[in-house]
Design a protein around this ligand. Sequence first.
Ligand SMILES: Cc1cc2nc3c(=O)[nH]c(=O)nc-3n(C[C@H](O)[C@H](O)[C@H](O)COP(=O)(O)O)c2cc1C
Length: 181
Amino acid sequence: MKKNIGTALSLYPTPTVVIGSMVEGKPTWTLVAHIGIMGHDHVTVSLAQLHYINQGIKASNTLSINVVDESWLAAADRMGCISGNSVDKSEMFDYCVGEKGTPMINDAKLSIECEVEANHETKGFDNFICTIAGTYAEEGILNDQGKVDYHKFKPVLFEMPTYEYFKTGDVIGNCMRMEVK
Ligand SMILES: Cc1cc2nc3c(=O)[nH]c(=O)nc-3n(C[C@H](O)[C@H](O)[C@H](O)COP(=O)(O)O)c2cc1C
């Protein structure tokens, strides 16, 4: 028997990313775990409206998603502890600029440049619905077909109840080729 534990958010763990955007010509970075996929060509990013970065996203209609792995987790975590409202985060990472003008973190092996198509506001939150303008991946995380190889690249996952980070683990099955025992 399952127990109803109420309206608790429990769709975890989710990938941990650092969102990048330009504010007044300087990059700023915010740690985010409430991201998602819509259809086959849209992603969502949910950001509290009081966050500093939102103004840059709204002004440019662009953002970058920098997928966190263990190698730079501590620096990424810091982007969830301090706000651009009180600290200048523009010097926190070495970065390059994508074709749409978003800053992308050099430490991130995988960065996704997005254009914002819509903002679905919920109480206190901007929920940006984005299209993907470009995906920038280090050669070392790609397979022979040029796709991201998640045996090599292990995104960090986050879950809210304990505020702990995980990383993706072992292969446990081949999709659509599972045997029901
Ligand atoms: C692990 C973790 C995940 C977070 N995920 C989100 C999130 O999904 N949405 C959000 O609005 N804030 C999230 N935050 C909080 C922001 O990262 C944090 O408040 C940050 O300082 C805001 O920065 P800014 O004001 O410079 O934009 C998260 C923080 C941590 C530590």
